[in-house]
Design a binder for this molecule. Structure first.
Ligand code: AVI
Length: 321
């Protein structure tokens, strides 16, 4: 089930299913404890992520924005007007809103797991662009999903900026892209942002900033889990840790126990030793050619790519094959 509200000024709301307690329990009870990155995004996590995007160390947002600024008319020309613009992980909807004046979408479909945040953002946007049909959806991409009938089927353009594809394992990324392909006709396409491999210091600082905003973002997952599961994580007993794993070409975010502790919930418990970690996120960094091959294998081709002068980030438009 999904949240959907068609904002002809008024929102229709269908609630998301409850977050999966079982999935969280399996992760916490594993020898190598882990949680899905989707739990980083409750109301507080979404605000912290927005703050991360403003940080000088977090280059992806501003680099991607600079590519859009420099090449917007080429990108719009490649795509053409009047698409059904489907914004995957829309958040505050700001990135898509920048495309409206050039792409003139017929319908705008922001999708996000953080429902409340999305609802507020799209309601504001509808006031600014009353002539664009807007239907918002609350979806969890890690579960099977299809677009509801309210979403136009012609010229679907999936917009997946910010290199969020990097938060999937490569095999899951392939499955996800194939699914996007199956959700669009031959006139559909994908506009996607990809974070490219670069020097390790730049990568590391982007995920371990001086102000500690990323640390707060990561630690907030414990508060979120306390709410969902009723665990008794004490945030003070944990520290943020980020590293670049070269062999997997990914940033890993971990939470590391400062002290020995036992976390309890329902009739369950997990003991953590000092230094033991919970793995909370992977953020894969791609080589552009490899990513284009991945797109091709998922059924998207005729790719056009735009990059910044450092080759840190790429924006790719690929058509449904
Ligand atoms: C949403 N996603 C692309 C971000 C990333 O860079 O992987 C999430 C993030 N995690 C820490 N900082 C930002």
């Amino acid at each position: 089930m999904s949240l959907a509200f068609t904002s002809n000024n008024e929102a229709e709301v269908i609630a998301l299913p409850h977050p999966s307690q079982h999935e969280l329990e399996i992760g916490l009870l594993s020898d190598a404890a882990h949680t899905s990155p989707k739990y980083l995004y409750d109301a507080v996590g979404s605000v912290l992520f927005d703050a991360i995007c403003e940080l000088p160390e977090y280059y992806p947002t501003r680099t991607e924005a600079s590519i859009f600024t420099q090449y917007m008319s080429d990108i719009a020309h490649a795509i053409g007007p009047h698409s059904t613009l489907i914004d995957l992980g829309a958040g505050n909807c700001r990135k898509a809103a920048r495309l409206f004046p050039l792409l003139h979408p017929i319908q705008y479909v922001p999708i996000d797991i953080s429902i409340k945040y999305l609802e507020d953002a799209v309601q504001r946007l509808q006031q600014r662009f009353p002539y664009i049909e807007m239907t918002a959806l609350g979806l969890d991409f890690s579960k099977p999903w299809t677009l509801p009938d309210e979403i136009r089927s012609d010229k679907r353009l999936f917009f997946y900026p910010g290199s969020s594809i990097g938060n999937f394992e490569p095999s899951q990324a392939h499955t996800f892209l194939r699914h996007l392909r199956s959700e669009c006709d031959a006139d559909g396409g994908l506009l996607i942002g990809i974070d490219l491999i670069k020097d390790h210091d730049t990568l590391h600082h982007a995920y371990d900033d001086a102000l500690g905003v990323t640390a707060a973002f990561n630690l907030n997952v414990l508060r979120h889990i306390n709410q969902i599961l009723g665990t008794n994580f004490d945030v003070h007993q944990w520290r943020h840790h980020a590293l670049f794993n070269t062999s997997h070409s990914r940033i890993e975010m971990h939470l590391e126990a400062r002290t020995a502790q036992t976390v309890t919930w329902k009739n369950m418990h997990r003991h953590f030793l000092p230094g033991e970690i919970i793995h909370t996120e992977n953020s894969y960094k791609y080589n552009l050619d490899k990513f284009l091959a991945l797109l091709d294998s998922a059924g998207f081709g005729h790719a056009q790519c735009w990059t910044d002068s450092n080759n840190w980030f790429a924006v790719v438009y690929a058509k449904a094959l």
